[in-house]
Design a protein around this ligand. Structure first.
Ligand SMILES: Cc1ncc(COP(=O)(O)O)c(C=O)c1O
Length: 400
């Protein structure tokens, strides 16, 4: 009998999503304002802009920060040593300099206490990244930089839906961004959102977005076909049948380049339809995260992340750190036998991927290195049900 495999990530699309995306191909730009209004209300921000990816959103924020900075020698961007390597691309594209800070082994996110020592007159921005859907502390960074010329920008790419004290992450600092790429908490195949807490620089942002090219109608139609493929690939039955093909589309190599273009009407129409069930999709990630925390916490040799009490974490992936790498391998195998695929992304911290960010002697960011080398990511998405969590629990009990 065919053993069903659970996809590692993905928005469970429904038939009406395909229908709305198809109609969206022929809609006018008004669909953007409609989607913007829905998201402004959802995120409770004054403004936001859509573009083709989280990377482009980040890139445009740097362009604006460079224009509004007080001094031209403000070129340094502080970010965690363990995060998505692609975050270095827009930094490089804008001629800025990445400055790494170690992560906190208990939160798996940027170690806020180590940021102060990296701040100097060249600092342009600090970027707390809400990795895996885990909220990174932002308030204390705002306090730390209060009265200075330093900007805080939040990377909420993989944490759409996570809130702290009922406020969405990505909306505490003046600037933030989300990704709507495939595999993210909500996906319109690809996409990015720049989030502006207040309206001060909206026009400047809009100018940069206006300068981006519009995808050719044929490219938009191909995008629609890809979306149909993705909508099949995120369901267990079709994922199982298609997995040899799907694996070819998974990101396995480092990106060395990013394209920037405008968001499409097809994606906005799709987004509007998905947002009708956003609370359900998010709630399931939050509940699955809580259930997985119960499965993994207080087990010898497993470290689970500390989540602030007032936070609801919409996990993109549920991260655990396993000290014994042989046990990690056994757990992965046990889970795979049950059709549950796990991931190890990213297996190296930034300073090991890019040696120019490393320094001779002792590892400058040992917590980031340990996390990268011992991490295991468990899928928490909306299609994971109680029965899958129970299967995961049995596999964990067989190994630990
Ligand atoms: C933490 C983080 N930031 C930014 C990005 C970039 O987003 P996008 O893939 O939409 O360019 C990613 C994508 O993997 C990410 O995980």
């Amino acid at each position: 009998m065919l053993k069903l495999k659970m996809p590692t990530a993905g928005t469970p699309y429904i038939f009406s999503d395909i229908l709305h995306a198809k109609i969206g191909l022929f809609q006018s730009n008004r669909v953007f304002s409609k989607f913007r209004d829905i998201l402004k209300e959802y995120l409770n921000v004054e403004n936001l802009l859509f573009i083709n990816s989280g990377t482009t959103a980040n890139y445009i924020i740097y362009k604006v920060l460079k224009q509004i900075r007080k001094r031209v020698d403000q070129v340094e961007i502080i970010l965690p040593a363990y995060t998505a390597p692609s975050l270095l691309l827009p930094i490089e594209a804008e001629g800025l300099t990445p400055v790494l800070v170690d992560i906190d082994p208990s939160t798996f996110n940027l170690d806020i206490t180590k940021v102060a020592e990296k701040l100097n007159s060249k600092t342009l921005a600090v970027m707390p990244v809400h990795m895996f859907g885990l909220p990174c502390e932002v308030e204390s960074l705002l306090k730390l930089t209060d009265g200075s010329d330093i900007f805080i920008l939040e990377d909420g790419a993989s944490a759409l839906g996570t809130t702290v004290n009922k406020q969405h992450i990505g909306t505490t600092a003046p600037f933030g961004f989300y990704s709507l790429n495939r595999g993210k908490n909500v996906s319109t195949l690809a996409g990015g959102i720049v989030v502006l807490k207040n309206d001060d620089y909206s026009e400047l942002f809009q100018q940069y977005v206006n300068e981006l090219t519009t995808l050719h109608p044929l490219a938009q139609f191909i995008m629609f076909l890809k979306f149909i493929g993705l909508s099949l690939a995120v369901r267990p039955f079709t994922y199982t049948l298609m997995s040899p093909i799907v694996s070819k589309f998974k990101y396995t190599t480092l990106h060395s380049h990013f394209d920037s273009f405008k968001y499409t009407t097809m994606q906005a129409a799709l987004g509007i339809n998905i947002w009708k069930r956003i609370n359900d999709l998010t709630e399931r990630r939050i509940e699955n995260g809580k259930a997985l925390l119960n499965v993994f916490k207080n087990r010898n040799g497993i470290i689970t992340p500390v989540i602030p009490e007032d936070a609801e974490a919409a996990f993109n992936q549920f991260p655990i750190v396993i000290d014994d790498l042989k046990k990690r391998k056994r757990l992965q195998k046990e889970l795979l036998n049950q059709g549950i695929e796990t991931t190890l992304m990213y297996e190296k911290p930034l300073h090991h991927i890019f040696p120019e960010l490393n320094s001779p002697g002792d590892d400058p960011f040992p917590n980031a290195t340990y996390l990268a080398e011992h991490l295991l990511l468990i899928p928490p998405h909306a299609q994971i049900r109680c029965s899958t969590i129970n299967t995961i629990k049995e596999a964990v009990e067989a190994v630990f």
